[in-house]
Design a protein around this ligand. Sequence first.
Ligand code: LLP
Length: 419
Amino acid sequence: MDHFNYQHNTLHAEQVDLHKLAAEFGTPCYVYSKATIERHYQAFASAAAAHPHSLVCYAVKANSNLAVLNVLSKLGSGFDIVSGGELRRVIAAGGDPAKVVFSGVAKTADDMRFALQLGIKCFNVESEAELERLQQVASSLNIMAPVSLRVNPDIDAKTHPYISTGLKANKFGVDILKAPDIYRAASQMSHLQLVGVDCHIGSQLTETQPFLEALEKLLQLIDALKQDGIQLSHIDIGGGLGVTYDKETPPEPYAYISKVVERLQQYPELELIMEPGRAIMANAGILLTKVEFLKPGQEKNFAIVDAAMNDLIRPALYSAWQNIVPVSQQSSATAQLYDVVGPVCETGDFLGKDRMLAIAQDDLLAVRSAGAYGFTMSSNYNSRPRVAEVMVAGDRCHLIRAREQWQDLWRGEQLLSEQ
Ligand code: LLP
């Protein structure tokens, strides 16, 4: 459930009319609902609270705005990061480094050094080469590096191939069959402390079964390691829970996490970590855009809007379907089928195809479920300034990222010093 609802035929973010918001901040812009973020976070945290120790580490890549991170951090959230940049964002937002898990297949020595000095919770290590690099960096600083091995359990997450990560053919993690040997080797390294195991099998999963299969494989590994004298203190089940964009019916976070907690009853000593991104943020945000022109064609009608693939790339990149709704339901226009397209010079620049909409020029549209992997994947393609981000809390609006200025487009660029 989210807090974007129609009141008097006008779409509101919590108590704020989106017309008012567009007038104040301009379009296109991303709009997030604070109450929705909090609600989604609590769904994970409260289900996990039934287990003796647990930590939600929100996946920063889904939406890394400082205000979003700050709201979550105040609720007690930890963070799953994949770069030095994300780590710096967490710190700038007031996040606790002791609640940070660091994933990613190519951590640099500099990133490792910075994270070790900050005292992060653990490194989710994805290869043997990375273990060696971490050992070198940690010993040069004389700090013990907390390590969890990201294992690849070879489970089909049954999702889009670009966002499936737990198959043998994917670049992520180490083969679970090789994991015992790798743990054994790592246990001999002077500056590594083995603390956990993790996996992330993919994103936008709509069933619990693949998650539970992965959990089973991880528990088997934990048992086997224990026999070998390697006692882990946490299990990290990754992120990946899907959301409803269209007609998908993913399990509620509470239902999914409760099943995990139930299975972990025999493992009270293990801390449960989870890394949700999309399930917290996707339906906590919309992309607000204005119709520039309606362009009737022989085969297609186009609604050309001011947002484009550079602002929200999911439809172009994954053929992702996101709902597009008019902000006002009281249009005198007749409903027609439109391809909703942006100003970018690419045929792939669409936000939605074949959408039945009753709209006129200058009307506002909301692209729903845009709070995750929306702004964070945006770019300046076609020299378009990145859009503003606004967070609504009750009847108040907060500008949480200003629209980029023209000069931002060439910041850092220089003419040749010699002509
Ligand atoms: N943990 C790890 C190690 C991950 O790689 C990811 C996402 C997550 C957690 C969070 O997964 P989530 O709960 O959000 O599914 N750009 C794509 C999604 C890419 C996900 C990459 N990894 C999209 O827009 O659909």
